[in-house]
Design a protein around this ligand. Structure first.
Ligand SMILES: Nc1ncnc2c1ncn2[C@@H]1O[C@H](COP(=O)(O)OP(=O)(O)O)[C@@H](O)[C@H]1O
Ligand SMILES: [Mg+2]
Length: 440
């Protein structure tokens, strides 16, 4: 029997007017963007004035939400049912532009221009590790301050690790606090071996990033940059801290998205622990792309046994007809029909009975049955594989639940294709709301 965790109830969360920010996090490729978009659609259609901040939506999904350009402003999504009084806006984060906005907002025009034109800034703002995470937070802060939406759903960057989202702003913050930059500015003042070593590591890291852009003028540009940024360090840090606090506020709910795979769930477990350490409110875990089966009553073992029995039977028949000097194994055009028959049998679980009845019915089988038996055996093997996947996913989930039995969970099944339109998002939203572990 599988371990049970509390059910994550999505609709009450979305309907609660006190819920102001939902953050979808998790490791790469697990379905964060899809979940965020699906929650946005569902919340809007249930009456919330919602905005979804996506980071890297797949192209077709972006198109279906009207996100055809990176212009860093939320646009209303067409095709949303507004009868409950809600609406949905969506935007894709343009990291560079967000960074530029921050610079412009927090310095006078002359200084802003000096910074924006500085090649060091251009390289830093586009490529420095953590800027994307930092800018996502920055944008979240902006959207919240704008106060045009009563629910903000935030997708998080495609980091390798879910923890990056929480760590990067701090890392960037301490970078901008200037210890490192001060070392660069005043190398002569740094005494002792430790200082020199740090400087060397720092320099080689910097030159790695910057040499492409700058070449020889490196240090001069860095110094100009630092001079221009100097008064802004405090501002960056303060804002990062403010957004951090926003994430700890009671109106914020974190949803950790994970695939039912060992690495993703291990990452999810770390993240759950980390959120608790940081006093950030976890709503629960979305287990995405879970496999189920409509014929779960037929176990992998029985399906395999049935497949083997069918294959033996076919082999026996072949041997018999060879002995009789006839070839009963090929009849034109039987394939397609037999396929459908096989599926029906499988869905009803009836194939097992058929196997039980072999001995009696053997003489009555029409010519061409071997094909359908083979197909049925193939389908049974597929079914057995599917059931093994289901069992493996269940074990992986149980491992998570045994460590974190308190975390509410909801399953979303793996849909047959990509999720790339509002219909698909609604289907995901429906599954999120049904709150039932996938049938298995
Ligand atoms: N439940 C699901 N069923 C089928 N495909 C899914 C499901 N969830 C996500 N996908 C697909 O998986 C891919 C990755 O999803 P995405 O949301 O972009 O992940 P992430 O943002 O975590 O990197 C996309 O192509 C998406 O359409
Ligand atoms: Mg994504």
């Amino acid at each position: 029997m599988s371990l049970q965790s509390p059910v994550l109830e999505i609709d009450p969360l979305l309907d609660d007017r006190k819920t102001r920010i939902v953050v979808c996090c998790g490791s790469g490729g697990v379905g964060k963007t899809t979940t965020a978009a699906a929650l946005g659609v569902r919340a809007a259609e249930r009456g919330r004035t919602a905005v979804v901040l996506t980071i890297d939506p797949a192209r077709r999904l972006a198109q279906s939400m009207g996100l055809t350009e990176l212009d860093n402003t939320p646009r209303e999504v067409a095709g949303i049912d507004r009868s409950a009084g809600g609406s949905l806006h969506a935007m894709m984060l343009d990291m560079k532009r967000t960074f530029d906005e921050v610079v412009v907002q927090h310095s006078d025009p002359e200084r802003a221009r000096a910074i924006l034109e500085n090649p060091f800034y251009q390289s830093l703002s586009a490529g420095f590790a953590g800027t994307q995470e930092y800018m996502a937070m920055e944008k979240l802060g902006q959207l919240r301050a704008q106060d045009a939406w009563d629910l903000i759903i935030v997708d998080t960057p495609p980091s390798r690790s879910a923890l990056d989202f929480l760590d990067a702003p701090k890392r960037l913050g301490s970078f901008l606090d200037g210890r490192f930059i001060k070392l660069l500015m005043a190398p002569a003042k740094v005494g002792g071996r430790a200082g020199v070593k740090f400087l060397n590591i720092g320099m080689s890291m910097m030159t790695g990033t910057l040499s492409k852009v700058m070449g020889a003028g490196l240090l001069r540009d860095v110094q100009t940059f630092v001079a221009a940024m100097d008064t802004m360090f405090g501002g960056f840090r303060t804002r990062a801290d403010a957004t951090y606090r926003l994430l700890q506020a009671p109106g914020t709910a974190f949803l950790v998205v994970a695939a039912p795979e060992r690495d993703a769930l291990r990452e999810a477990a770390y993240f759950v622990e980390r959120l608790a350490d940081e006093d950030m409110p976890l709503a629960g875990l979305v287990l995405n792309r879970v496999h189920g089966s409509g014929a779960a009553q037929l176990t992998a073992e029985r399906a395999l046994a049935a497949a083997e029995a069918l294959e033996d039977y076919v082999a026996e028949r072949a041997a018999e007809s060879e002995a009789e000097g006839t070839d009963g194994s090929t009849v034109d055009g039987a394939g397609a029909h037999s396929g459908a028959e096989g599926e029906e049998n499988l869905a009803g679980g009836g194939i097992v009975d058929q196997r039980a009845g072999h001995d009696d019915s053997r003489q009555d089988l029409p010519a061409g049955t071997d094909d359908s038996e083979r197909l049925a055996a193939g389908l049974l093997r597929l079914h057995a594989e599917r059931m093994q996947v289901v069992a493996r996913e269940r074990r992986t989930r149980d491992r998570f639940v045994s460590v974190h039995p308190e975390v509410p969970m909801v399953d979303v099944t793996a849909l047959p294709g990509d999720v790339h339109d509002l219909e698909g998002l609604r289907a995901i939203g429906q599954e999120l709301a049904e709150g039932q572990p996938a049938a298995a």
